[in-house]
Design a protein around this ligand. Structure first.
Ligand code: PTJ
Length: 261
């Protein structure tokens, strides 16, 4: 049962998001550890100011261009993604022409089915990762995330892995795949080892990525390559750290710190 969150509560949006995840956990979409992962993300979002800063928009553009330039891009979906932005991730899949593949750290048949149902409800027409006849394993990964779809992650040259753990990112990079991620922690192993890292809340990031994908999808290849030259992942990640640390410094030097809210 979802308790009523008063609309005038100063943290209304944040509380509603938490309720979505708790509800998702009861429906087996979200892993129990997904709640802990979200708490980590929330702390970094607080430092970001719960907005999309200009550097994050540039990270999102670079991510979309990288996915559009790929031969066979794929979007990996876990429990938190399915609970937080199911419709938006389906729209992104359509705009990029990249299939959705369910790939879980805490993999169970029950969760796979629950996530598949959530994505279908959100409008997904086809979902990879659940049909055993297309299963393959990536030996470089030791946990259950090694099970991948031959039509998706296994053969893809570019994988979008939002809210990911570092092990798989590193393993997929070793397999020469490009990795795009969304992770509010700019110094997580995933952020530091991905080809493109977006330091933003997935709830804001995916909506903005859909807009960029619709803007860029009719560009020809050479225009996309030209546009890509304007962005550099390492510089943008450093900008993310500078933004967060200078925001904290500014607050630390604020005389009226108790009045910022
Ligand atoms: O559904 P499963 O079984 O595949 O499990 C998924 C989780 C998320 C539990 C699993 O991948 C996990 O444990 O992830 P981690 O290692 O805790 O990493 C999650 C990362 O995502 C952390 O660095 C968080 O800061 C970040 N994060 C959490 N919520 C958000 C976020 N980044 C962007 N937007 C968020 N809303």
């Amino acid at each position: 049962m979802v308790p009523e969150v008063p609309k005038d509560h100063p943290r209304y949006e944040s509380l509603i998001t938490r309720e979505k995840l708790i509800e998702g956990m009861h429906q087996k979409v979200v892993a129990e550890a997904g709640l802990i992962a979200h708490g980590r993300g929330e702390a970094f979002d607080y430092i970001l100011g719960e907005i999309t800063p200009p550097f994050a928009l540039r990270q999102e553009k670079l991510a979309v261009i990288t996915l559009l330039l790929a031969k066979s891009p794929v979007i990996s979906v876990n429990g938190n993604v399915a609970a937080l932005c199911p419709k938006e991730i389906v729209s992104l899949s359509e705009a990029l022409g990249a299939p959705l593949e369910i790939n879980l750290f805490y993999r169970t048949q029950e969760r796979e089915t629950a996530i598949e149902e959530a994505l279908v409800k959100a409008g997904a027409k086809s979902i990879l990762g659940t049909d055993p006849s297309y299963q393959n394993t990536i030996t470089e990964i030791s946990h259950l995330r090694r099970i991948v779809d031959t039509r998706g992650i296994a053969s893809s040259d570019c994988v979008f892995v939002p809210l990911e753990d570092g092990d798989r990112t590193i393993a997929l990079r070793k397999l020469k795949k490009e990795i795009v991620t969304v992770d509010l922690n700019p110094i997580s192993r995933t952020s530091l080892t991905s080809t493109v890292s977006i330091t933003n809340n997935i709830i804001r990031a995916v909506v903005e990525m859909v807009k960029f994908a619709n803007e860029f999808k009719d560009f020809n290849r050479s225009d996309l390559l030209e546009e890509k030259k304007r962005y550099n992942n390492k510089d943008l990640l450093q900008e993310a750290l500078q933004f967060m640390s200078s925001r904290l410094l500014k607050l630390a030097n604020e005389k009226n710190i108790f009045e910022i809210f």
